[in-house]
Design a protein around this ligand. Sequence first.
Ligand code: G1P
Length: 293
Amino acid sequence: MKRKVTKAIFPVAGLGTRFLPATKSIPKEIMTLVDRPLIQYAIDEARAAGIKEFIFVTAKGKGALEDYFDAAPELEKALRKKGKTDLLKELRATDMESGAIAYIRQREALGLGHAVWCARRLISNEPFAVLLPDDVISADKPCLQQMVEQYAETGGNMVATMEVKPEEVSSYGILSVTQTDGRLLTVDDMVEKPALEDAPSKCAVIGRYILEPTIMNRLKDLKQGNGGEIQLTDAIAQEARDGGKVYGYAFEGKRYDCGSKAGFLKATIAFALEREDLKDDLADFIKQTAAGL
Ligand code: G1P
């Protein structure tokens, strides 16, 4: 059955250890690419795809993330007084309607599948999206919107996918593909972080999913998988093996792995170079610096 996707889960409970010491006091999702927190990119993408309810699966120490979505009346007042209408507009664009956001706590770090399952009561019997904010995707049409449009035709479960280098295969969920039709891949199995020799393809899962509510039931009974964690990949793989519809969607766009320092820096540079107010100065600096290497 095809229904509109209006709910999205954002798993943001991770400790962000790769960004210590910064993440000792700031949640990774608040770290900024140019001047916007990482999470804002995922929120904007979800909104563009028609998402109305935003469910954050958080953990201890993520208070700053909750505050980020609060109204900022003093700040707005100060900006208004100073006539800074542009900044005011920027700020307003990040406003979230009251009741649009829900926070759920994941009490133990038991894996991505478990984090998603923590939101089961808010999802009830509807299809839902999952966005991993570490995967930042720059595209003419936002990635989730591309997928929602495809989902409107095909239904089923859908994961964003792209081909990765052989040495990267063991860092991703990998798809077993039976058929390719343009950007749409039909999937009959998936493996979480396989060794290269066991990998059914080089088509990696990137952190955008549209899932049927049945996935929640599968997560409930799932045993620990790769790394001793409850894996979302395993629940979707079960669905595929049982004959459920599972697709990969080879999205148009460039993906940055902002879970790694190098990826975060690349995204920072790429987004800054897209900005009229920054690009000339920054491009000069990069050229000069690179010339000296
Ligand atoms: C998660 C998923 C993995 C997926 C990846 C995409 O892994 O478990 O299947 O390929 O995100 O970024 P993580 O990077 O959180 O270990």
